[in-house]
Design a protein around this ligand. Structure first.
Ligand SMILES: [Zn+2]
Length: 174
């Protein structure tokens, strides 16, 4: 089994924790390499279909294709951190966590989306749990997208939803 998504600073979207972000980014880069290696290699078991593994590998920059574009979600390739983050690790981590949120949102109901019947609910749940950062898996009250504690009417307060509302066109060509 591959490793789980690394631990990230609490409330990463507004903490601006430079050192914590730098550490998390380094761990996430190692995680991405090992996770893509598992997903694209012979150690992957039959529980994960080709229909799901292919777009995930594209999103992790481990395959060149764009089959993920057929799905109506906010999916984009893993951010190019060295050139796009402007040297600010907190901003780079925000971009990575927005990427993660898009994948988690996709996994939450793509299996129920018309035309995507080759992807099963169980494999989506399995990958999604591997995308839950270490240490956050036991709190059932966390928003799966922004990783903050959910209060009432969380949708209005969700940092990821707010970011998505402010950029209505998904970036798909990065
Ligand atoms: Zn949220």
């Amino acid at each position: 089994m591959p490793n789980q998504f690394p631990e990230v600073p609490r409330n990463p979207f507004w903490s601006g924790d430079q050192e914590g972000s730098r550490r998390a980014l380094a761990a996430i880069e190692r995680w991405r390499t090992s996770f893509a290696g598992w997903l694209g290699g012979s150690e992957r078991d039959d529980g994960i279909s080709e229909a799901l593994a292919t777009p995930l590998l594209e999103l992790m920059r481990a395959l060149p294709g764009e089959t993920y574009l057929q799905y109506p979600y906010r999916l984009e390739r893993f951010p190019e951190l060295s050139t796009a983050d402007g040297g600010d690790p907190a901003e780079a981590l925000r971009r990575v966590l927005l990427w993660r949120a898009g994948v988690v949102d996709f996994l939450s109901d793509v299996w129920d989306t018309l035309g995507a019947t080759d992807i099963g609910v169980e494999e989506c749940q399995r990958i999604s749990s591997l995308l839950t950062p270490v240490g956050m898996e036991r709190s059932s009250n966390l928003c799966p997208l922004c990783l903050a504690e959910q209060q009432e009417r969380h949708f209005d307060a969700c940092a990821v939803q707010a970011s998505w509302r402010s950029s209505p066109t998904p970036s798909s060509t990065a």
